[in-house]
Design a protein around this ligand. Structure first.
Ligand code: B12
Length: 375
């Protein structure tokens, strides 16, 4: 799709378009948040222009993809821009670096050549410069450039999976062959054989879900298989609930949710279940939860802790927003707010920049962090 777009061709195209847009005047913003707002306001134009640059730089290459290919190309440019915006908004070059690394793993499965990521970012950078002015574009261009350094490329990206243990591999094999009962039986056998529920969650469910992500990203399994496996694991987890719920309570209560727009819910569900195992009363709201519902739940449950999850960086602004809303209604002394999920795992310190009190990399660490915050 991107083959044939040479940097020289892109520069030539840039020359033409710069002349066309010279009349645009924007102020020169200081902060990442301000530049992010400019990019959001011009999202459509930037995506359109970036695609145009790519098409002009490689004439003929895109013809075979037709209008549908053009629409997909523009949509994807929008996604790249969204990640850049979040990295700017939260002052996290690491976030965009991880995204670019993730693209590098995704593109080969779409049969795109090695240089496709670089060319895509180049077109995006030029387009930003043209649409929002060279002065305002300095920060995003620096971010794009830094995302391609060898140092960034060596850091972990999104969704990287650890090598699977034997049991997790067997569980995943069962699910990928469509055998949900087999997967459930295997988990039951592991439990009866002495594996703790926490190990089952982290070493079997979490490990296999992350591997599923990698298999989807690299084009090995279909979206249907990913959906099936996720649904199957949710039902296997539900089968374990008699072992988890109904134990002694410690009088503490938490609300756990994925924020609006965020459809991933298994990670935050696991977090809620680990609290439950430690005697907390958990109130798990699932995916895509509206702000008002979170506030109401906190009030009804008299919760001491709120756990918010984001698996994709585009949920970060919503996390920051709901934290602001909650802070207006509950004092820091009465409620602690914790965040977690993929973006927080790849970008150290991001948790504090969205306004949270704490963060943990997995469900086990989440319970410890809550205890530390309440102590
Ligand atoms: C299943 C899945 C989906 C399902 C989710 C269904 C569901 N009911 O949950 C569906 C199909 C909806 C989905 C959609 C998408 N997905 Co998806 N998905 C996954 C997958 C394969 C598994 C998620 C999961 O269950 N993980 C297992 C849990 C246990 O891990 P976890 O979430 O990290 O949670 C642990 C910790 O992070 C931490 N934690 C999590 N939350 C919190 C909160 C607090 C407070 C604390 C303290 C800790 C904490 O504790 C958890 C337990 O230990 C992941 C792969 C992966 N690596 O996770 C991709 C993945 C997250 N998805 C990905 C993508 C790209 C998407 C889509 C954009 C795809 C698309 N083009 O539409 C959409 C986005 C939808 C949206 N708006 O949210 C990418 C994200 C990469 C990136 N660049 O950001 C991943 C990484 C896949 C990949 N390898 O490429 N997805």
């Amino acid at each position: 799709m991107y083959a044939g777009a040479s940097p020289i061709a892109l520069l030539a195209v840039k020359g033409n378009i710069t002349t066309m847009n010279e009349s645009q005047v924007f102020s020169s913003p200081q902060s990442g948040k301000q530049v992010a707002a400019l990019l959001v306001a011009s999202r459509e134009r930037i995506a359109e222009k970036a695609l145009e640059l790519q098409l002009s730089a490689s004439p003929g290459v895109w013809d075979r993809y037709g209008e549908a290919g053009r629409a997909v190309g523009k949509r994807d440019m929008g996604y790249h821009l969204d990640y850049l915006v979040e990295a700017l908004r939260f002052d996290s070059p690491r976030l965009f670096g991880a995204y670019v690394r993730w693209l590098g793993e995704l593109f080969p499965s779409l049969n795109l050549p090695d240089h496709a990521v670089g060319r895509t970012l180049e077109a995006l950078g030029l387009s930003i410069e043209l649409v929002i002015s060279p002065e305002s574009a300095k920060l995003p261009l620096a971010l794009i450039e830094s995302s391609q350094t060898a140092e960034e490329a060596a850091l972990p990206g999104f969704g990287e999976a650890e090598p699977l243990g034997q049991d997790a591999a067997a569980y995943l094999r069962a699910l990928l062959s469509g055998d949900r009962q087999g997967g459930a039986a295997l988990v039951r056998a592991l439990y009866d054989g002495g594996m703790s529920l926490k190990s089952i969650y982290l070493d079997i469910f979490q490990a296999s879900q992350r591997e599923i992500g990698r298999l989807w990203q690299t084009g090995v399994i279909s979206v249907a298989q990913e959906h099936f496996c996720t649904a199957a694991t949710q039902s296997v987890i539900a089968g374990l609930y008699p072992l988890i719920f109904g134990g002694r309570k410690n009088g503490l209560s938490l609300v756990a949710a994925s924020v609006g727009g965020e459809l991933h819910e298994l990670g935050i569900r696991m977090v809620a279940d680990f609290f439950e195992l430690e005697g907390w009363s958990s109130y798990f709201l699932g995916a895509n939860t509206p702000q008002a519902a979170i506030v109401a739940a906190l009030r009804d449950r008299k919760a001491q802790v709120l756990c918010l999850s984001a698996s994709i960086a585009t949920g970060l602004a919503e996390i920051e927003s709901i934290i602001g809303v909650v802070r207006d209604r509950f004092s820091r002394a009465e409620l602690k707010i914790m965040v977690g999920g993929g973006p927080f795992n790849v970008s150290p310190g991001l948790w504090s920049r969205v306004g949270a009190d704490g963060y943990a990399s997995d469900a086990a660490a989440a319970v410890d962090e809550a205890a530390r915050l309440l102590a």
